[in-house]
Each structure stands twice: as C-alpha cells, then as structure tokens.
Design a protein around this ligand. Structure first.
Ligand code: SF4
Ligand code: SF4
Length: 434
C-alpha cells in the first residue's frame, strides 16, 4: 500500500534535514537521500548535441533514446568502444563531435541503422559533421593525403591518370577503350573498372580475371581508360563533398559522351555511388555490380567452369553491396557454380555482415583506427573466417583483398587465402592454370 501523500511529504522533508532516517524500523536514509539529491545525470549541456542536430543530415542524433541496440552490432564496438548510443551520450556530456577523434572511426557500415528503432542515421550524421571538420581543416593526415591525391590525380592511390588502363596490357585478351572504338560501338557494356582495380596490384589481378571472363562470355564491352576517374563516394562519406561533386560531374560527362547499354562496375562503392548518389545529379542509367551481371549469365558461364576448386570457402558480404543495396545472393550464386567449392557461412553474414573497416574513409585511416581500437576490423574478420575453418576468404570489393591479406599476415593466418570471386571464376575457367 503506498503511503498517503501527507505522510510521504513528512518523510521527504525529514530526509532533506537528516543524514539518516529510520522508518518503521528500517534505515532508508541511503535510498531516499539519493532520490532527492542532485545527481550527475543533470550535469550536462545539450550544446554539442544541438550543434550536430542543427546540421542538414545531423538531426537524427537527437532522436536517440538510449536503447543500445546499436552497440551490440557496431563493428567498432566489437574491437573498441563505440556506437551511436555512445556518441549521443558523449555529446550530451560535453564532447564536441566536430573535434573528437570519434568522428573518424565510423565506417558508415549501416548495421546500427538496420536495428535502430528511432532511425538514428549515422550514414547522414557522420558525413554532415565531417564536411564541417574538413572545411575547418581538422582532418587526420592520412585521410587528407587521400583527398589531395584524389584531387590531383583522379584517384586516391596517387597514380598517374594517363596510366589508368596500363593494367590491360597484361590481359592477353582484348580490352577495348571507348574512345578508340572507331565506329565499332556502341558497346553493350560500359565497364567502369575503378581506382583500386586499375592501380593496386591485387586489384589488377581481379581486373585481368574480369577481362578474361567477359571475353570468354563474348560480352561486347569497353572501358573508359584515362577518361575514368574515381567515383568519389567514399570521399563524400569521409566529408569531402566538394571533391565528390567534382568527380561525379566529370564521370557523368564522360558516361554521357558514349553510347552503351549497361554500366557494369567492379566495386560496391561505385555501385552505390552511381545508383544512389549520381542519380541525384541527373544520371539515371542501369548499373550492375559484376556479380549481378555474371549471375544473370550463369547459364553461359557454368559450362566454362571446368576446373574443380576443392576448398572450403567463406564469403565476406561488402557493406555497400549487401546492407546498403540489398544484394546478398548474386555473389553466392557464382561461388556455388564453381565445381568442388564448399561454401560455408560465417556467423556474421548477410544483413549482419561484419565490416572490413574500409568504408566511409576507413580505407585511408588504418593507422588512425588502429590507435583507437584493440584490433583492426579486417583482423577481426579474418579471425572469424579462420574460426569457421575456411581455406579461402572470398570477396567482391576491391577494398577488401589487400585489407584481408594484410590482416591474414598480421594475425599469423597466412594459410588463409583471400581471393576475389573473379579470380576464383577465372581459375576454374582456365583449368587451374591461374
Ligand atoms: S539503437 Fe538507436 S535509439 Fe537505440 S541507442 Fe542506438 S542510436 Fe539510440
Ligand atoms: S555505421 Fe557501422 S561503424 Fe558506424 S556507428 Fe553504425 S554500426 Fe558503427
């Protein structure tokens, strides 16, 4: 039975005056003093939260009600101390996100948004705050270098633009360039190769494999060569909106210069950029990730897959193909088509796939992230693949091959091979010669 109101008031005033209070023989002073005392919870300012929420895209941080569902799925929290709930709370307690190191840790993997009942959207919040930090010149050095290289060379690797198609010389099959078609056009497929598949040695391996597969399938394709520049989407998510717009305008102009049917991309980040961001700038053409393009041609591809790949293979879902764009099946269909291959799923797969750490600018923040976490995300993922006794970790994002290969070495798991699905298909197609 609750005490009558008058009796409660008497007890309350007695507690305020006394350090100790015995009611009905029970010492309740400790509990009641804490109820009436000013607690630390009131000792915060909303100034920093309001600063974020005032930004276009930053509003939803203010909607958080602290349920912590996001904390359980955030890949950074698994190796560190991070999640939207924690960011929300820290801003309440006087942390300025605009200058905090927390600003650069989120990889925009979207796993938090998937589970958040209040739709707190880090994919909007982080780029909005980062954009302001970039304008203020407060950017980690390694990220700043990637921005500068992209602006100067058209790619974040700092490689010469004129050598963008140099890789194709080693393909041993024709790799036509749009500008050189000389009336042989239009091409059915415009293949946007991407920066890492054009310049990074392990990315080039996948490009060479793709060129051989397209040729074997009789695809009428062409690439842009030195006219192609980085898609810029990851720079946008890392806060460099101006750079993104510059690259998007360039690429759209080049896309529109030629006649072609379908745009096929090697990477999930480009897939996201062209489908969801370039469309806002007026570019609305069919775009397919290479796994989707090849899965649609499985009927023709299967007879070409001659050599058996006797291996236990697990697949890493790229955040920007899976969670961001809903494609989980096409890569798996391709892997299952390879004779002999045993596909095993890791615990964190499909919608709950674990981030490799490369998205949202993480690709160019490895040292920074390493300093603020117990383990790199790519290392956590490699350990998971090993826990599932995989021989091969299959990927279909050009960011991932080098990240996971480094992680396999640094965690002492050199026995784990990291291969793009293109490489696996090519290997089977070439009778195991590659
Ligand atoms: S899931 Fe959403 S509402 Fe819940 S704590 Fe995280 S951000 Fe806040
Ligand atoms: S987007 Fe991914 S990395 Fe960023 S806070 Fe959400 S779950 Fe964590």
């Amino acid at each position: 039975m609750p005490r009558p109101l008058e009796e409660q008031k008497v007890i309350q005033s007695a507690v305020k005056e006394k350090d100790e209070l015995i009611v009905d023989g029970m010492d309740i002073s400790g509990h009641w003093n804490r109820m009436f005392g000013q607690r630390v919870i009131f000792d915060y300012s909303v100034e920093y939260l309001e600063k974020v929420a005032a930004l276009d895209g930053g509003e939803s941080l203010g909607w958080c009600y602290g349920c912590a569902k996001c904390t359980g799925v955030c890949p950074i929290d698994i190796v560190g101390d991070y999640s939207p709930r924690k960011i929300h709370r820290r801003t309440q307690t006087g942390v300025d996100l605009f200058t905090s190191e927390d600003l650069w840790l989120c990889t925009t993997c979207m796993n938090c948004l998937r589970v958040c009942p209040k739709e707190v959207d880090m994919i909007q919040i982080m780029p909005a705050v980062r954009e302001r930090a970039v304008l203020d010149g407060s950017v980690p050095d390694e990220l700043q270098k990637a921005f500068e290289d992209t602006a100067k060379f058209g790619n974040p690797l700092g490689q010469p633009q004129r050598k963008r198609a140099a890789w194709a010389k080693n393909a041993e099959v024709p790799v036509p360039i749009m500008a050189c078609l000389n009336g042989d056009g239009p091409a059915d497929v415009l293949w946007y190769v991407g920066s890492y598949p054009s310049y990074h040695p392990r990315g080039i391996d996948a490009s060479l494999a793709a060129a051989r597969i397209f040729n074997a399938l009789g695809v009428n394709f062409a690439i842009l060569g030195k006219e192609e520049k980085d898609d810029g989407d990851t720079q946008r998510l890392a806060g460099e909106t101006g750079l993104f717009e510059m690259l998007a305008e360039h690429n759209i102009e080049v896309f529109n210069k030629y006649e072609w049917g379908t745009l096929v991309v090697t990477g999930p980040h480009e897939y996201n950029a062209f489908n969801n961001e370039y469309s806002k700038l007026g570019f609305e053409r069919p775009v397919l990730h290479y796994t989707q393009f090849l899965a649609e041609r499985l009927h023709d591809l299967k007879p070409l897959l001659k050599e058996s790949v006797e291996a236990r293979v697990t697949f890493h879902d790229p955040c920007y193909l899976g969670r961001h764009n809903g494609e989980y099946d096409a890569p798996r269909e391709l892997l299952r088509a390879i004779p002999g291959l045993e596909l095993v799923e890791m615990g964190r797969c499909r919608e709950n796939g674990y981030c490799c750490g490369g998205g949202g600018g993480g690709m160019w923040l490895d040292s920074f992230t390493q300093d603020h976490t117990r383990m790199r995300l790519s290392e956590r993922r490699v350990r998971e693949a090993v826990e599932y006794e995989a021989d091969i970790l299959a990927v279909c994002c050009p960011f991932e091959v080098s990240r996971f290969e480094d992680a396999a070495k640094s965690t002492g798991n050199d026995q784990l091979k990291v291969l793009d699905i293109l490489e696996l298909l090519d290997h089977s197609m070439q009778g195991g010669k590659r």
